[in-house]
Ligand binder design. Structure first.
Ligand code: 26V
Length: 796
């Protein structure tokens, strides 16, 4: 890009003048940021064009990843790193008196996602480009990403997020590639030339305009595309209420959904899903037609991957185009569609499995509904042929049942591959949640354990540790994360372990400063930094963590012989705005923090920090500074988790249940390098099936539990009235669905063991080293290679 600092500076200054009309001294940091961003984007445009030309000319297979969420975070420094010019740029800017890290602060996080599922999509894009694989993302260009969280008086308050306020320097608007999406109206069926044809009449049409972002690979020439669709009014046709139409149209790409627990949001959410899918499929086929290959061979050249069920309408939409526009017969269209679509399931929680009331679906998407109906009828017919008279089975597996469209059923029936995201999760799908589908289509089911972009979560986030690793085993680990295993040769090398300790200590100091700036609380960096950062959900059991903290607090105050190894407990979590119970837990954590942090009796032992507005950029500061990684979901509930992998690769030790990918972490590092506790998935599922758990017994028989649980409601936290009664009730009246009390004792025990282990700092670092060394398996490069080889059939 620039062969020298001097060349960079020359370029930068010239461009700054052109763009802002000002000299360096007159310009503001915002101008520097814009200038640098534009320089990079323009610089990559050549490789971007070349990549697309190569893809087109080679006629090789390409994958399109459809996802309603992308949690990209900041892109400036990652792009510089990928281009291999970070050092040159940083030096050049410095000579001009500009700090690259300050510019990075000016960039808004692209937070177009809720959590794990959206961040996974972003990590996958990174790996696809780095591995030179032809894979592109399609999503929605939400004007407002996930809400900004403020904590006011201990409560979560949501503000609209504004990432586009100063524009998005990485995107290119492609108005000429816009497509039209029809909603509402009715379908007219006619006989023409001996076949039925379908016309969608009186539809309200929305224009989808793509905004393309380049996706750079690490030190590679490949530049893939993330295409984000913006919803805009079509040329204002005959419309009675133009303003209403404009408002409704634009609202399609206005907000990312924190979830769809509210009914009024449902139509909009379904509109978003069809908007994404229809725009993407139309655009994919437009591109495909340029290659002049028959649509009969679509599946040999294209794979469309649906990230969870949100984009599942890709199936009927592809059918619609093949049948209505390309005049295929049903059976032929169905074979092509089934062989083109693959699907990832990300949760077995029944409340998260999507289903749409037919009363909403049918009028909004009349032609799509007809196709779903036909898919369902044919599928039910097949079931009938196989087991005539077995209505129970048909009712269970049908796509349309009980007045709903069941999206996961459509996904399984209309795709060639169904994968879970960690070994246990896939087994639960096969043996339980989707057992009957597995019996019907065993060949479709497979596992792809999640991964993380280690170049963001280690190389970028933890420069000191990365340098040490590179000095020790050479630089190839950035491409081949498995090389990290070579670090095992240093596990008995005290000098090396001392260095690890020193780096962790420095990272903790950086985080301590952030904590002080944000909360005013001083934390001791010699204490164990024990961190739980993730979305707030009952099954993730932040409640178990905070109840245990309250218990520790009680113990320090009451038992003078008790000596706690000092701890700083750090939380970061957003609750869905409509999720009442989750918000109560946030209030509880903040209330406990307030009390504990202001009690001089425990101040040298215990601190509780809630960092507001947890997001990708703050996560990059947190993982490198963590000693302990809390992965304490009720076993069987967390499909995989990916935060667990980010902690691990930064040398934090996991305290976790045998759930999701924790199980695979455990297998890799062995019993001696992880702290596991609690019920197994099998035990949990057994209780759910057969009963036998009575939370009140644990409340009555364990004083520690009774004391902490009573403190929720007995005035121990002054000024909160009945605030925590719903939590109290969930544990006792509602029999503690997530086994918080059941797992409390084993959690407290293992936490004790963690304190003891931490005292021997070299032993602790040795354990950290073992975790880092085995974390290569969790690079999303490995995951993506598995998808590419075993599902998509794409090649570099
Ligand atoms: C969504 C909802 C929405 C309605 C209320 C309840 C509820 C519960 C869970 C979810 C999660 C939906 C899908 C999802 O984000 N799954 C996450 O995907 C990650 C990437 O595969 C994985 O690491 C996480 O374990 C999984 O929860």
């Amino acid at each position: 890009m620039f062969s020298s600092t001097a060349e960079f500076k020359g370029n930068f200054l010239k461009r700054l003048e052109m763009l802002s009309g000002k000299s360096v001294s007159e310009s503001a940091p915002k101008d520097y940021y814009q200038t640098l961003g534009q320089m990079i984007r323009e610089f990559v445009s050549h490789d971007w064009i070349t990549t697309n030309e190569k893809y087109l000319a080679s006629k090789g297979k390409q994958v399109y990843y459809l996802s309603i969420e992308y949690l990209l975070g900041k892109l400036l420094r990652q792009n510089l790193i990928n281009l291999g010019v970070e050092e040159t740029v940083q030096k050049g800017l410095k000579e001009l008196g500009i700090d690259l890290y300050e510019l990075e602060e000016l960039e808004a996080d692209a937070g177009l996602g809720n959590g794990g599922l959206g961040r996974l999509a972003a990590c996958f894009l990174d790996s696809l480009a780095t591995l030179n694989l032809p894979g592109h993302g399609h999503g929605i260009r939400y004007k407002h990403g996930l809400f900004e969280q403020k904590i006011v008086d201990g409560y979560q308050v949501e503000l609209p997020e504004q990432w586009l306020r100063s524009g998005n320097v990485w995107e290119i608007r492609k108005a000429d590639c816009a497509v039209k999406i029809p909603f509402w109206g009715k379908v007219e069926v006619k006989q023409e030339d001996g076949r039925l044809v379908f016309h969608h009449l009186n539809a309200e049409t929305v224009t989808a305009v793509p905004h393309d972002m380049p996706v750079l690979g690490f030190h590679s020439k490949t530049v893939n595309t993330l295409r984000l669709w913006n919803a805009e009014p079509s040329q204002f046709p005959v419309h009675e209420d133009i303003l209403k139409y404009k408002r409704e149209t634009e609202s399609i790409s206005e907000f990312l959904y924190p979830d769809d627990t509210h009914d009024e949001g449902k139509i909009l959410r379904l509109k978003q899903q069809y908007f994404l899918v229809s725009a993407s499929i139309q655009s994919v086929l437009k591109n495909y037609r340029k290659q002049h290959i028959s649509l009969n061979q679509l599946h040999e050249h294209i794979c469309i991957h649906i990230n969870d069920t949100h984009p599942v309408l890709a199936i009927p939409e592809l059918m619609r185009i093949l049948i209505d526009e390309e005049r295929f017969e049903w059976e032929q269209a169905w074979q092509i569609t089934k062989q083109t679509i693959s699907y990832t399931n990300h949760t077995t929680l029944s409340e998260a499995l999507e289903k749409w009331p037919i009363r909403i679906f049918r009028p909004l998407l009349p032609r799509i509904y007809m196709i779903v109906e036909e898919i369902n009828e044919r599928f039910c017919h097949e079931l009938w042929e196989e087991t005539p008279g077995n209505w129970e089975r048909i009712a269970k597996l049908a796509i349309l049942a009980d007045d709903y469209v069941k999206m996961a059923h459509l996904a399984v029936v209309g795709s060639f591959s169904v994968n879970g995201v960690a070994k246990l999760h896939t087994e639960i799908l096969k043996k339980r949640e989707m057992k009957q589908f597995y019996q019907l289509f065993p060949e479709k089911f497979n596992n792809k354990t999640n991964g993380i972009a280690h170049r963001r979560w280690l190389y970028k986030a933890n420069p000191a540790l990365s340098s040490l690793i590179t000095e020790t085993i050479g630089p190839d680990w950035t491409h081949s994360a498995d090389n990290l295993k070579q670090l095992l040769n240093y596990q008995d090398n005290p000098a090396f372990l001392e260095q690890l300790l020193k780096i962790k200590q420095e990272n903790k100091q950086t985080l301590a400063k952030i904590i002080f700036d944000k909360t005013g609380v001083t934390v001791d960096t010699r204490a164990i930094f024990d961190v739980q950062v993730k979305r707030l959900h009952a099954y993730k059991r932040q409640l178990l963590n905070i109840l245990h903290i309250i218990h520790l607090y009680n113990r320090i105050r009451e038992d003078s012989s008790f000596s706690l190894v000092p701890r700083v407990f750090i939380f970061g979590a957003k609750a869905s705005p409509g999720y009442y119970y989750a918000k109560k837990i946030i209030k509880l954590i903040n209330t406990a923090a307030e009390k504990i942090n202001n009690d001089p009796l425990v101040s040298d032992k215990l601190k509780v920090i809630f960092l507001e507005n947890y997001r990708v950029s703050i996560a990059e500061k947190i993982f490198p500074a963590a000693d302990v990684s809390e992965q304490i979901s009720t076993a069987s509930k967390e499909a995989s988790g990916t935060g667990n992998m980010k902690f691990m690769i930064n040398g934090a030790l996991t305290v976790g249940t045998l759930d999701g990918a924790n199980i695979e972490i455990h297998e890799l590092v062995g019993d001696e390098n992880i702290f596991t506790f609690g019920l197994t998935a099998e035990e949990v599922l057994h209780y759910y099936q057969l009963g036998g758990y009575h939370s009140v017994e644990y409340y009555h028989h364990d004083f520690r539990i009774r004391q902490a649980v009573d403190q929720l409601v007995n005035g121990f936290f002054p000024g909160v009235n009945n605030e925590f009664e719903p939590i109290f009730d969930s544990l006792l009246e509602e029999n503690d669905q997530y086994f918080v009390l059941k797992d409390f004792a084993s959690y407290a025990d293992i936490q004790g063991k963690i304190g003891e282990t931490f005292k021997d700092s070299l032993q602790w670092q040795k354990m950290c080293l073992n975790n880092i060394a085995h974390a290569g398996y969790f690079s999303s490069d490995r995951t993506i290679k598995e998808y590419a080889d075993n599902i998509w059939g794409i090649k570099p």
